[in-house]
Design a protein around this ligand. Structure first.
Ligand code: KIV
Length: 364
């Protein structure tokens, strides 16, 4: 009986051992595999440079400095072959990063540099009235920024530039300077400042220069040339402005072309020569007959920078808001906008307003 018991015990010990062994051995399951699909392009592990590029684009889109990118080698619940996931501000399918083909280091914020461009290449100037635009257009490679009194019609809601004051101009000039542009900043002397007295003119020009301007612009030709000469002698560089003078729009009865008859063409010639002799480093020619502007550009030493005066001047200046499609009123015929920012902005804003309005607000 004892012998029989021993046998049974031994058999059950062996069974236990086998069971124990079985449970510690990994089970080899039969897994049914799907037929391997051909490698999909989208599932390829992105190269390091691509991840970097996506980071850059996302950063540009969001304006946020740190964009978290989940990389393949980080613990993730995603299948290993999935592309990296941007956890914040996913980038839109953007065009390639913008290139800025102009060498900005070539541009010098001096009147000498600007005058020296005459005969070498076409000069380009644009208006700005605030720090953001100043930064943008400087990055775009302009040779100079004009803080024009067009701020009155463009930003301040006036019908003409006449209500613009020297305080307005000082305020906007300082803002443009804070944008830290790499080019020359020229500020407009507003209506009346050049006509009261030379002391008043000097004081206003001084305020502009002490608040960020590198030079001032004054509307007018031979009648103002003596005062310009005195300003230049005190160390204030002056840009002239002939042809259509927007500050005289009430007196001349509207905006029109200048130099279309002999007498007016002769007057423009006298104005241009007077400004050259007064020491202007450049002269703006606004709404001038194209043939007269072309001839004048060839006859005076300072660059003649046109606006609505044809494309044969030494350069061009435009109101940036007109160029970008931000001006709601009808544009001057010579402006060919290169963007539709006003319309695009309106669409974006109304989309946002609709999104918020349609949100369900549940209060308990
Ligand atoms: O005020 C201005 O913007 C100007 C330019 C149009 C030349 O004078």
């Amino acid at each position: 009986m004892a012998e029989e018991e021993k046998k049974i015990k031994a058999t059950s010990e062996v069974k236990k051992e086998v069971k124990k062994e079985k449970s510690s051995t990994p089970v080899k399951k039969t897994v049914r595999r799907k037929k391997a699909a051909p490698p999909a392009k989208a599932k390829e592990k992105p190269k390091a440079s691509k991840v970097k590029e996506e980071k850059e684009v996302a950063k540009e889109n969001s304006g946020v400095d740190s964009v978290k990118v989940v990389q393949q080698d980080q613990p993730s619940t995603e299948p290993v072959s999935e592309p990296p996931v941007l956890t914040r501000h996913p980038p839109k399918r953007n065009p390639a990063p913008r290139r800025y083909p102009i060498d900005l280091s070539e541009i010098k914020p001096t009147t000498k540099y600007l005058s020296g461009l005459k005969g070498k290449r076409s000069i380009v100037g644009l208006t700005a009235y605030d720090a953001i635009m100043s930064k943008l257009i400087s990055k775009a490679g302009v040779d100079f920024i004009l803080v024009g009194d067009s701020v009155g019609t463009t930003l301040l809601g006036y019908e003409t530039t006449i209500p613009v004051t020297i305080d307005n101009m000082v305020h906007h000039t300082a803002a443009v300077r804070r944008g830290n542009p790499g080019c020359l900043v020229i500020a407009d002397l507003p209506f009346g400042e050049a006509s009261l007295s030379f002391d008043r003119l000097l004081d206003s020009a001084r305020r502009l220069m002490q608040n960020g301007a590198d030079a001032v612009k004054i509307e007018g030709g031979k009648d103002i040339a003596d005062d310009i000469e005195k300003l230049v002698a005190t160390g204030i560089p002056v840009m002239g402005h002939i042809g259509l003078l927007p500050q005289t729009v009430k007196a001349i009865g509207g905006y029109r072309k200048f130099g279309t008859d002999r007498e007016e063409a002769d007057n423009l010639y006298t104005d241009a020569i007077s400004l050259e002799e007064a020491g202007c480093f450049a002269v703006i020619a606004e709404m001038m007959d194209e043939r007269i502007a072309t001839q004048l550009a060839g006859q005076i030493l300072p660059p003649l920078i046109g606006i609505g005066s044809g494309d044969q001047c030494d350069g061009q200046i435009l109101v940036t808001h007109d160029l970008l499609g931000l001006t709601p009123s009808p544009l001057p015929s010579f402006v060919k906008p290169c963007a539709t920012l006003g319309l695009d902005g309106l669409n974006a804003l109304s989309g946002y307003v609709q999104k918020i309005r349609s949100r369900q607000v549940i209060r308990k």
